[in-house]
Write a protein that binds this ligand. Sequence first.
Ligand code: ZN
Length: 61
Amino acid sequence: MPNPKHRFSKARTASRRANFKSVAPTLSTCSGCGASVEYHHVCPECGSYRGKQAVEKNAAV
Ligand SMILES: [Zn+2]
């Protein structure tokens, strides 16, 4: 069975845990439909990014 070959040091474990993000990413509002969207992400509602249609969204699916 696969197993870790070595035990990680306390520093490595602490460093990994220190990088844990407990807060949700900052949201912006879509310029097309006004829904809350993550920065640098295409809008999940209308598929627009920076004022342009990036992904085709078909209403009848
Ligand atoms: Zn949108």
